[in-house]
Design a protein around this ligand. Structure first.
Ligand code: SAM
Length: 327
């Protein structure tokens, strides 16, 4: 079992299989990426992903999330999914939804039951502004397709003041007749994403806005949940808030992150990495490297918690973005 110095058991691995993405969401990826940014990146082969994952499984990981970048743009994404599905784990995926129609049969065949789709707006024009790509209709249709096929669908919406905070009620309205689970995510600071503290819509502000129109009830959270879940009586779907900035959930964290170039991070905001891919390629035993990485995990926010309410005051997080780390 992977246990850190604070007795937290780590049984959940998020694997970024690529840092490439077909969208250009302004809060995630810098508009002025240097030319050739994505070219010739070292990345794990499908066999290496399988090998590294097998060591995590041996060490007690029982849930794996495939993410990115956009995982479904990787040419051998299907092979990777099929390989990982052989492990005794709950396999889930986070995607921007654009290519779901091409993969839905694979998801069904390999037993994926839950899919997280990112969608920050319910308006087509605004989608183009946020993502810099015209894919709203395809994403929305693919969410419907997943629901028709009985997948558990969580929709991730990053709220930003002045960008999409006027749609909070529209998202809740959507859950009335549609069994989607909307998760509002507090906007987090990363390299090149123009984060400013006044743009963060906090957990409290989101709830205050929803309570103007709806009466809602808090659901009981599971031990390692990052999202605080709620439901409006008689709605088919639910909503939740991921409050990384204003109410971090580090005390029950069970997550580890493997980047597409094979680096292990034990925290989204951590600065220390363990290069598992190079070790694997040099025939070094990665089991002990993983154990040590977890042992050295900080209690909170990758050690960035000197300030109370750190996230709002301190934007000096890692000089990376979600596409590198894997969201
Ligand atoms: N391409 C996939 C997708 O769109 O879901 C997976 C990768 S994406 C980086 C994973 C999640 O990170 C998305 O839900 C996205 O909204 C979220 N994300 C990216 N940048 C963020 C930020 N600055 N603050 C909060 N969430 C962010």
């Amino acid at each position: 079992m992977l246990i850190d110095n604070f007795s937290r058991i780590h049984n959940y691995l998020r694997i970024s299989i690529t840092d490439k993405c077909n969208l250009r969401c302004s809060y995630c990826i810098s508009e002025d990426l240097p030319h050739g940014y994505f070219a010739n990146q070292i990345k794990m082969s499908s066999e290496e992903i399988e090998k590294i994952a097998s060591v995590f499984v041996k060490l007690g990981v029982n849930k794996i999330r495939i993410t990115g970048g956009e995982p479904l743009v990787r040419k051998d994404a299907e092979k990777i999914l099929r390989n990982l599905a052989k492990f005794p784990v709950e396999l889930v995926i986070t995607t921007n939804g654009v290519f779901v129609d091409e993969f839905i049969n694979v998801f069904k065949e390999i037993g994926i039951k839950s899919v997280n789709v990112s969608l920050d707006t319910l308006k087509k024009d605004r989608f183009i502004e946020i993502t810099r790509r015209d894919e709203f209709v395809r994403v929305k249709n693919n969410i419907d397709l997943l629901l028709e096929n009985n997948f558990h669908v969580k929709v991730n919406a990053v709220l930003q003041r002045g960008i999409n905070d006027d749609e909070i009620i529209d998202f809740i309205d959507w859950t009335k007749d549609t069994p989607v689970h909307v998760r509002f995510i507090e906007f987090m600071p990363f390299s090149g994403n123009d984060w400013q503290n006044h743009k963060v819509i906090s957990h409290k502000q989101t709830l205050d806005e929803i309570s103007k129109k709806f009466h809602f009830i808090e659901l009981i959270n599971e031990k390692n949940d990052t999202a605080k879940k709620y439901f409006v009586p008689n709605h088919k779907g639910t909503f939740a808030i991921i409050s990384t900035m204003t109410q971090p959930f580090c005390s029950t964290c069970n997550r580890l992150r493997l980047t597409s170039d094979g680096k292990l991070y034990n925290c989204l905001f951590g600065k220390e990495e363990t290069d598992l891919l190079t070790a694997l390629r040099n025939n070094i035993d990665i089991e002990q490297l993983i154990i040590n990485n977890v042992k050295n995990k900080y209690f909170m926010l990758g050690g960035n918690n000197e300030n109370e309410n750190w996230g709002i005051k301190n934007i000096d997080t890692r000089k990376k973005s979600m596409i590198n780390i894997g969201g």
